[in-house]
Design a protein around this ligand. Structure first.
Ligand code: HEC
Length: 113
C-alpha cells in the first residue's frame, strides 16, 4: 500500500468520525444556544414527550384546555427543575433563564398568543 493511499484512508476515517459525532451531538440536543427562545427550548427538549402543539404524548397535554392551565407558576418551576414521575429534571441541563423562557412560551401558547 502506498503512503498516499494510507493518508487518504486516514482522512476518510476522520471525516466519518466528524460527521458521526456531529449527528450524535444534534440528537442529544446539545449545543442549544444559551439565548435560545422559549419556543426553541421547548422544541428541542420538551416536544418529544409533550408534542410540538402541546397536545401531549408520553407526557400530559400542556396546551389550552389541559389541566396544566390551572397550575401555578411554582408548579412549573419545580416540575421542570426537578422532574416528576417519568419526566426528567432539567435543572442541571437548562439555565434558569431558559427554564423561565420555556414556561413563558407554554403559558403564552395556552393563552393562544
Ligand atoms: C421524557 C419525556 C418528557 C420530557 C422530555 C419532558 N416531559 Fe414534561 N412531563 C412528562 C411526564 C411523563 C409528565 C407527567 C409526570 C407525572 O405527573 O408523573 C410531565 C409533566 C409535565 C408538566 C406538569 C403537567 C401537569 O399538568 O401536571 C409540565 C408543566 C411539563 N411536564 C413541562 C415540560 C417541559 C417545559 C419540558 C421541557 C423542558 C418537559 N416537560 C419535558 C414527560 C416529559
Amino acid at each position: 500500500m502506498t503512503a498516499t493511499l494510507t493518508r487518504r484512508r486516514g482522512l476518510v476515517a476522520l471525516l466519518v468520525l466528524v460527521v458521526l459525532s456531529t449527528n450524535l451531538l444534534a440528537a442529544c440536543g446539545a449545543g442549544l444556544d444559551e439565548n435560545a427562545s422559549g419556543e426553541q427550548v421547548y422544541n428541542a427538549r420538551c416536544s418529544s414527550c409533550h408534542r410540538k402543539d402541546l397536545s401531549g404524548g408520553i407526557g400530559p397535554a400542556l396546551g389550552p384546555g389541559s389541566e396544566a392551565v390551572d397550575r401555578p407558576l411554582e408548579y412549573y418551576e419545580i416540575t421542570i427543575n426537578s422532574g416528576k414521575g417519568r419526566m426528567p429534571s432539567f435543572g442541571s441541563s437548562l439555565t434558569d433563564e431558559q427554564i423561565s423562557r420555556v414556561i413563558d412560551y407554554v403559558i403564552a401558547f395556552q393563552d393562544g398568543s
